[in-house]
Design a protein around this ligand. Structure first.
Ligand code: ZN
Ligand code: ZN
Length: 466
């Protein structure tokens, strides 16, 4: 061990300083000034931490703090990510004890931050810890992670979530408005053998997840019943909070539709257009692959767009008008733009030029493709669906939310009930308002989380809520 004075630090020139600071603040840490809770002190969990090599660390323990004589520091204990160093001066016998981290209660702050980091980023603990192992960074064990998760982090997530729900309910009641909610289910595995299903309810005006119900398939007779059970529980919660729901938008699940009709008679139920369009497109695509119907392919996109248009151009949600608009497409694809229906007699597009008319691959009455496509567009089911298309609200936010949850609770990995619950609610409001799912390399930047910053912004805030 060197007993000489430590190497003098070479001062960085101004540019180096700037580039270093830039690198740290823009890439590795969220801009603290953008934090919505900026007045909170950072605390032991929120402050920055640095990686230090053992040799460089021990260089700091070569001088006695009391008499400035030469001394040797030695590592007395390693507790996960924390190291305890002790020096005893050979001259004045002064003993100095130093810990590399502050404590949060009886836990080294870095250890808790590591466990929280693994859980809140949806990482697999064994992999994350192995990565540190490869880097020769001292770390906690998997058992410690599990202990932190169960005793501290899960209760923290639940507590934060309950606070969020309470605030939402208070605000909703204060406003006196009736609510427009969207609901959709998600199962933990593709297909019909799911172990868990979750049902999310989103306030479509606020872009906020207001409730999530997690159902285990053995609680209901079959996993296909999980979605309905999830909805029932969400509605029970809304009732218990005395919230008044005027509009519900869901997919076109028959069980859900029946249940809402029978149990929520004062609530207007609409279908999310995307879900209706998805089924329709599938049918049209299948038709376009059959003999003599290839020309259907060129119309699929326009027909799907027309479905959206029927909904959004009818703000009153009048089902008969939407249906009349919808039927006009059967004539339009045959180059007939007038005389459709009393409620919607003519297409609203501009008159077509002769060039446009020539370019389009119109279908001809009496041909197989024209008859088959008309059959698909005018089925009894389609009539029911179009009548219930949601004119204003769509549930694409929930889809985005679910794809974010997929990242945190991958469908291929088995989670405990508690793990699933926390993985879902940890994500509850980070991406609901985003139309598209986030890029795979998501950023835990506080700026992108408008409503639920506690979970990611500062660990200390979550833990202080305990
Ligand atoms: Zn000394
Ligand atoms: Zn037309």
């Amino acid at each position: 061990m060197s007993t000489g004075t430590p190497d003098k630090l070479t001062p960085l020139d101004e540019t180096d300083k700037t580039s270093l600071i830039d690198e740290v603040t823009s890439e590795d840490f969220p801009d603290e000034s953008a934090d919505t809770v900026e007045d909170e002190p950072l605390g032991p969990l929120g402050e920055r931490k640095f990686g230090v090599s053992e040799s460089k660390l021990l260089e700091l323990f070569t001088v006695c703090s009391s008499c400035s004589g030469a001394t040797n520091g030695s590592i007395k204990q390693i507790l996960g990510t924390m190291v305890k160093i002790e020096t005893e001066c050979g001259f004045c016998r002064t003993i100095r004890k130093w810990d590399s981290q502050p404590m949060v209660g009886s836990i080294p702050a870095g250890n808790l931050a590591l466990s929280a980091g693994i859980l809140f980023t949806g990482s697999i603990s064994a992999k994350a810890l192995r990565m540190l192992e490869f880097m020769r960074v001292c770390h906690t064990s998997k058992a410690t992670f599990i202990l932190h998760q169960r005793n501290i982090l899960y209760p923290a997530v639940e507590r934060v979530w309950q606070n969020h729900q309470r605030k939402y309910v208070e605000k909703a009641k204060r406003s006196g408005k009736t609510l427009a909610l969207g609901g959709d289910g998600r199962s933990d595995t593709p297909g019909h053998c799911a172990k868990y299903g979750s049902y999310s309810m989103v306030d479509l005006d606020e872009g906020l997840v207001v409730d999530i119900q997690l159902i285990q398939s053995n609680e209901v007779k079959h996993s296909v019943n999980m979605e309905k059970e999830g909805l029932i529980r969400c509605v029970d919660w809304l009732k218990s909070e005395e919230l008044d729901v005027s509009t519900v938008v869901t997919d076109r699940n028959m069980q859900i539709q029946k249940w809402i009709r029978e149990n929520m008679s004062t609530t207007k139920h609409y279908y999310d257009v995307w879900h209706v369009a998805k089924v329709l497109k599938k049918k049209l695509l299948a038709l376009s692959k059959t003999k003599d119907c290839e020309d259907v392919l060129g119309w699929i996109k326009s027909i799907s767009n027309h479905l959206y248009w029927c909904a959004v151009s009818t703000p009153t949600g009048d089902g008969d008008v939407m249906w009349a608009k919808w039927l006009s497409v059967c004539s339009h694809i045959q180059n007939i733009h007038n005389g459709h229906d009393d409620l919607f007699p003519s297409c609203l597009h501009d008159g077509l030029t002769s060039r446009e008319i020539k370019k389009k691959k119109w279908l001809h009455a009496g041909t197989k493709s024209c008859e088959k496509i008309s059959d698909i567009l005018t089925t009894v089911q389609m009539k029911k669906d179009v009548h219930k298309l949601s004119p204003k609200y769509q549930t694409s936010g929930i889809e985005a939310f679910h794809s974010t949850v997929n990242h945190f609770a991958p469908k291929m990995i088995g989670f405990s009930f508690h793990g699933m619950f926390c993985s879902s609610c940890g994500q509850r409001n980070s991406d609901v308002s985003a139309k598209k799912s986030p890029a795979p390399s998501y950023k835990l930047s506080v700026g992108s989380i408008s409503v639920f910053p506690e979970m990611f912004g500062k660990l200390s805030i979550i833990l202080s809520l305990l």
